[in-house]
Design a protein around this ligand. Structure first.
Ligand code: OGA
Ligand code: NI
Length: 339
């Protein structure tokens, strides 16, 4: 394979190339998407724990999405981390590839569009950096060393994210009646950090930064400064308004399965921007490969039979990747009527 042509490293692009133009029914078009303030904002410093649990559960059921404020990750850590990743994506393609080449397991990777580049019908207007991040001491020595201080800054971010994830997972477990530690367990032991970079695009109505999908995670915690994330709610796209110093949390397929459909993974996508580049820091909370994902036993009874089959996470992932932008097809793979 020749050298990867990252969108960030294109120069003087005047129009969207044909293989980035989505079919009309999938294009964002010129429709103005409402920046509904409907996605609930949850203040994690709320002392009333039952209230906090209820807010998170309600949002997860209704939208599959919420934002969190007063989350304990310091502004300084967030700022330094976003700055480092912007510098990383601004490096040349060869430099980025070199910085990711230390990992013999290839878990630290840069790619463009999606991991399904060669088979996908339309490319997305996006470059991505992805890497394992927990436990830190297992992976940090495979990480890039450039831009300077990368490991120190990103390491601090990942440690802070881990704390936040465990806190949110305990609240969700409590809300579902699963008991302590049900989700803060091997179900969440293999998080990945995914840094999406969407350079300015000459015509955002024709293409997408990221196609419509649900995440293959337990939950996902995203940080965005520039708007572009949209969620499908009752057949309508709504924009997720960037709030200063807030994270967007969404439910993934794994939690949908564990909760036996009580919580839903919502479909979402990222649109591009004609003027400025956009970056999102996406912390994907994954189970370990060998973990079996299945509806929690305590949520199953005669009135509530399992709606999904038991599946090892690695087998689920293998099924997910080629179908990522076709949620119905993914659902068919995990449904209880499948073998
Ligand atoms: C993702 C994702 C949206 C965004 O990385 O899974 O949905 O706004 N990202 O970058
Ligand atoms: Ni996503």
């Amino acid at each position: 394979m020749g050298e990867v042509k990252f969108v960030s490293n294109w120069e003087g692009v005047q129009s969207v190339p044909p293989d980035y133009i989505y079919p009309p029914e999938k294009r964002p078009g010129n429709v103005v998407v409402p920046m509904a303030n409907a996605i609930p904002v949850v203040d994690l410093s709320t002392r009333d724990r039952p209230l906090l649990v209820r807010k998170i559960l309600d949002a997860s059921q209704e939208f599959g999405f919420f934002q969190v404020i007063n989350h304990g990750v310091s502004r300084r850590v967030l700022e330094e981390t976003t700055r480092i990743f912007k510098k990383f994506h601004a490096m040349s393609g060869a430099e980025k590839a070199k910085e990711c080449s230390r990992d013999p397991y290839k878990s630290c990777r840069v790619y463009t569009s999606s991991e399904n580049y060669r088979k996908e019908q339309t490319h997305c207007w996006r470059d991505a950096l992805i890497f394992n991040c927990h436990p830190l001491e297992k992976y940090v020595h495979f990480w890039p060393q450039n831009p300077p201080k990368y490991r120190e800054v990103v390491g601090a971010y990942c440690v802070a994210m881990r704390t936040l994830v465990l806190e949110i997972l305990e609240l969700v477990s409590e809300g579902l009646g699963l008991g302590r530690g049900y989700l803060a367990s091997e179900m969440s032991e293999n998080p990945l950090m995914l840094v999406n970079h969407y350079p300015p695009c000459p015509n955002p109505s024709l293409t997408l930064g990221l196609s419509q999908h649900c995440d293959p995670s337990l939950i996902t915690i995203l940080f965005q400064e520039v708007n572009g994330l949209q969620v499908l709610k009752d057949g309508q796209w709504i924009g997720v308004h960037p709030i200063d110093n807030a994270f967007v949390v969404n439910i993934g397929f794994v939690l949908q399965v564990i909760s036996n459909g009580k919580l839903k993974a919502a479909e979402h996508r990222a649109v591009t921007n004609a003027k400025i580049s956009r970056q999102s820091l996406t912390y994907l909370v994954y189970p370990k490969d060998e973990v079996t994902m299945e509806p929690a036993k305590c949520l199953i009874n005669e009135a509530n039979p399992p709606r999904y089959r038991a599946l090892k996470f690695k087998d689920f992932q293998r099924n997910y990747l080629p179908r990522a932008s076709d949620t119905k097809a993914v659902m068919e793979c995990i449904g209880s009527n499948c073998s």
